[in-house]
Design a protein around this ligand. Structure first.
Ligand code: FA5
Length: 334
């Protein structure tokens, strides 16, 4: 093969190469000791050439050789990359794992789950409701008419359509009576909202857990027994409870329930836990329940407050901060 033919032949041969082995064979055929380039060179009688011509022919050889070398090196890289990835799985099993620390349940929700379990064991069901509710459900249905001063007790977020972000879970009392009927044993946990200044014990967004127990001849004694059982199960210790008078338009009589235990707080001091009371006859009637036949109690447990007591959390605002350093402290708890 003449030097002038090598270029075009090589081009055609290169197109046909489809493997690393074929490429190596091509390299030997063109660049090897007995290869096409060496053979073409042997055909040239350098001694018969004038110095100028000798230089020119030498340069031509070098140019062709460099071109062939570069083309082979380029294709080798392409074929090599293909071979390296062709039969491998889509991910590299030898890479070190990405460390993902185990997730955990938020202490508030963990408390909610625990309290739900305890109420389940006493035959209560969990009833879910909306956070945006009608003015009627939040106020009127629980005996707080439009001009009643009790509306001022709870600073309300009003929505443009006249609904409200529920200020308390009592907003579900009426629906529970109407949808579930009586006898009724149900709890309604969830977020509540109040447009109030925040501090260590007041948040604009917090959790309550409402409960209703309606049947024939339900009394304050049942209320005390249920609450004592709840608190003993939450704190795993002996508990004392006491009732003080409290005012809420939807209960009569109304109470504030306090408790004390050697494992919570200090020096067996009474801790104010939640308002409660016997459901007001007007509320029963509004829910379609005859107060002559049925009676019941209701309570509005501050779930955020209970979680604070359970875990020794000093500031209610920590729950909503989304600070992982806070949340991570509860990893091992559940
Ligand atoms: C009520 O909301 C009544 N609906 C409770 C009730 C239900 C009474 C059924 C009788 C019968 P109160 O506004 O006190 O009551 O709130 C109840 C509990 O929610 C409080 O004891 C407190 O633990 C919690 N709470 C109220 N406001 C906040 C707040 N801003 N931040 C955190 N917790 C709050």
């Amino acid at each position: 093969m003449q030097l002038s033919e090598i270029d075009s032949h090589f081009e055609a041969d290169l197109q046909a190469v489809d493997s690393a082995e074929a490429l190596e064979a091509l390299r030997i055929r063109y660049l090897g000791r007995g290869g096409a380039l060496a053979a073409a060179r042997d055909q040239v009688d350098f001694r018969s050439l004038a110095p100028e011509e000798r230089k020119e022919v030498g340069q031509t050889f070098n140019r062709v050789k460099t071109r062939i070398e570069e083309a082979i090196a380029g294709l080798k890289e392409t074929l090599g990359a293909g071979a390296a990835t062709k039969d491998l799985p889509a991910f590299d099993v030898t890479l070190p794992p990405v460390a993902r620390p185990p997730g955990t349940i938020h202490p508030l929700i963990a408390t909610q789950i625990q309290v739900e379990d305890i109420f389940h064991s006493m035959g209560f069901r969990v009833f879910q409701g909306d956070e945006a509710v009608s003015e009627y459900d939040n106020f009127d249905a629980v005996n707080i008419p439009g001009d009643h001063p009790a509306r001022e007790m709870q600073d309300t977020f009003w929505l443009e359509n006249g609904d409200v972000l529920r200020t308390h879970t009592s907003s579900m009392q009426n629906r529970a009576m109407r949808e579930l009927g009586v006898p009724l044993r149900a709890i309604f946990p969830g977020r509540c909202y109040r447009a109030e200044a925040t501090d260590a014990t007041h948040e604009n967004t917090f959790f309550q857990l409402e409960g209703m127990y309606i049947d024939r001849e339900v009394s304050v004694a049942n209320l005390i027994a249920v609450m004592k059982h709840l608190l003993m199960a939450v704190f795993q210790s002996e508990i004392d409870v006491r009732l003080r008078p409290g005012y809420f338009p939807f209960v009569e009589p109304g109470f504030e329930l306090d408790f004390r235990s050697s494992v919570v707080g200090d020096n067996l001091r009474w801790i104010e836990l939640m308002p409660c009371g016997m459901i007001h006859p007007a509320v029963l009637r509004e829910g379609g329940v005859d107060p002559e036949e049925y009676s019941g109690f209701a309570f509005g447990l501050g779930l955020s407050r209970l979680a604070m007591l359970k875990f020794g959390i000093p500031d209610v605002r920590l729950f909503n901060k989304g600070d992982l350093r806070f949340n991570e402290q509860f990893v091992a708890t559940f």
